[in-house]
Design a protein around this ligand. Structure first.
Ligand code: SF4
Ligand code: SF4
Length: 226
């Protein structure tokens, strides 16, 4: 899932210091699960901002709402009437949701209240580790299911580099070398010949922004030409 963490309070407060009416929007999916931007976090931020602004003698009127997903147009409709009453929006969704909100309401400044940190797995309660950076050309089939983009400090598609050191990465003695792990995994599966195959560089031409239309949703050619 997408994981995020709340921005430092003073940064959020500074964003909205010149506004008197602000809508705080949470997202009920990934950021709710990782306790960064769901309903509870929206209410906590709301209370903190209210207190801070009262202490500054600069009272703030806020509204709060948490929608199912800020990255889905279907759920944004709920906000259409509501946002008219506010000068700015604070979004607690991931970067995707924040941008989608800003696109839908171009006349209203939208500010991020969280920092998106990646696509991660849940290792333990409240502990997330990144596993994918959406490179668009997944090589997990070659690397024994270990992602070199997120795990290797240099994001090498062909490795290891000269810095691998007794199984660890040159950046830190406690950080396993991704390519050592890949070697071990491939050896276990008797697929070590994979490591000798050179992967082509990623095609970065297709990255601005990458779009995907699942085949089942593509319009027939005739309909597209109309
Ligand atoms: S190689 Fe890594 S970053 Fe790229 S798609 Fe696969 S898991 Fe994601
Ligand atoms: S030592 Fe391993 S993990 Fe570190 S940069 Fe080199 S190949 Fe990547």
């Amino acid at each position: 899932m997408i994981v995020a963490k709340r921005k430092p309070f003073n940064e959020i407060k500074e964003y909205i210091q010149d506004y008197k009416k602000v809508l705080i929007t949470g997202c009920g999916t990934c950021v709710a699960v990782c306790l960064a931007g769901g309903e509870k976090e929206v209410e906590v931020l709301n209370t903190e901002l209210d207190m801070a602004r009262k202490l500054d003698n600069n009272p703030l009127t806020t509204g709060t709402i948490t929608i199912e997903r800020q990255c889905d147009v279907e759920y944004l409709e709920k906000l259409d009437d509501l946002v008219k009453d506010y000068e700015a929006i604070l979004s607690m969704a991931c970067g995707v949701g924040i941008q989608f909100l800003a696109e839908r309401f171009p006349g209203i400044p939208v500010y991020p209240a969280v920092d998106t940190t990646g696509m991660s797995v849940n290792i333990a309660v409240g502990w997330y580790e990144e596993r994918c950076r959406s490179c668009g050309e997944c090589v997990l089939g070659w690397t024994g299911g270990i992602c070199p983009v997120t795990m290797c400090a240099k994001g090498l598609y062909n490795g290891p580099c000269g810095g691998t050191n007794n199984g660890n990465c040159e950046i830190d003695d406690e950080q396993p070398c991704a390519w050592f792990k890949i070697y071990e995994r491939l050896a276990t599966q008797d697929r070590l010949d994979n490591i000798l195959k050179i992967k082509e560089p990623v095609d970065w031409n297709d990255q601005i922004p990458r779009t995907l239309v699942q085949p089942g949703y593509k319009k027939p050619e005739k309909a597209t030409q109309e």
